[in-house]
Design a protein around this ligand. Sequence first.
Ligand SMILES: Cc1cc2nc3c(=O)[nH]c(=O)nc-3n(C[C@H](O)[C@H](O)[C@H](O)COP(=O)(O)O)c2cc1C
Ligand code: SF4
Length: 431
Amino acid sequence: MTDNLKVLTKYWGKINPLRIEDYICVGGYMALEKFIFKMNPEEAILEIKKSGLRGRGGAGFPTGDKLEMVARNSPCGVNFDYKIIPTSRDTPQGKKYFICNLEESEPGTYKDRLIVDNNPHLLLEGIIISALSIEAKKAYIYINGNYEKQKEILEIAISQAKEKKYWGENILGSNYNLEIEIYSGAGAYICGEETALINSIESNRGEPKIRPPFPTEAGLFGCPTAVSNTETISNIPWIISNGGERFARIGSKNSPGTKLFILSGAVAKPGIYEAPTGINVRKLIDQYAGGIKKGKEFWFAQIGGACGKLLLEKELKAKMEFCVGTGRDLSVQMGSGSILVVDKSVNIHDLLISWTDFFRRESCGKCVPCREGTFRLWEIAKRFRDGKISDRDKTAVEDILWTLDNTTFCPLGKFAGTAFRDAITKNILTF
Ligand SMILES: Cc1cc2nc3c(=O)[nH]c(=O)nc-3n(C[C@H](O)[C@H](O)[C@H](O)COP(=O)(O)O)c2cc1C
Ligand code: SF4
């Protein structure tokens, strides 16, 4: 497989995203037809499992396994152990749900938005196949409240697809039925976390829920639910059309496929690039993003968003993967796939304030270590910038970073101090 293989961006700029006919002309909805007429749900899930596709929302959980778990769980109301609290918006009896996560509040990350801008029907086709494969009768698209334009694009795509009978009742004349609803959040980072997202759709406060039960057992309205990222889902039509084994041969063995990488900061050609997983950071910077911007000197790169690790020049050979299996020491957790290149003219104290301020604002406040810890780190970062840092602050930073890492309720708190810690341990920050 070459670096040029495009699973997600092949038709970007080549078809009109607002015309379903354009998508159909390039083979769109053929995967759905194959699913409906030539496969059963188990076969579709098996193909996705064979592909080795891992979730692109950050954690890299195997998508086929997640769909299989929901498919195997009884719909709620049937042999159901957990307490169900039905709301007036929906009745959970006999249901399963599929949710497309289009929250995307991660700083420097806009890949899911561009998928909708450029090829909304690819996403829609992936949603329909995924939902039908777990026998969900309803799919939600949970969209960031700031993505107004993308909501309009999706509304157009959804209505065009309904006219063609790609969703609704008796899809393409079959016995499959599916309802699709767009649900707009308020643009809170924590609502991208799947249990907070579920809370938000249920009209509850947007904060994470305790696990277990996992959403695959008791998710939306207490029913088995699969939540998948927008980029993850957009791979499904290709996998169904071309087969899981072919997908598994692309990119890295332990996290196959292509990935959308977003390069920003001091690079000559900032933007979004589709490349095979397992590619190293240096290649992405030099060959895809045109190298370091003229007149700038590389300092470090932050991988995977605000909670991502910092890499020094000597570490740029690290492969972008969901660090599993062999070769772990040479890999870096790619998270959302964003790479922020920081040059030596950047004021590290300002950057520190920006990181800590982000987590201070986005902490949902449910647990004390994160609510207080992120706030205190931000205060210390400001004192650092103003030259008022004391020995007590230095000890406090160590305590707070440990507390965030070990005692917070959800990954937002756990990783809120990652960049701060890396800045200290890698001598980026003189502490
Ligand atoms: C603080 C926080 C924010 C998150 N934001 C997003 C997001 O914007 N989009 C997303 O797909 N996943 C996000 N996730 C991950 C989701 O919880 C979930 O793992 C993901 O949607 C599952 O999809 P995937 O298996 O396709 O990756 C976030 C997780 C955390 C802890
Ligand atoms: S770690 Fe932070 S974001 Fe997560 S539940 Fe606690 S307060 Fe909320």
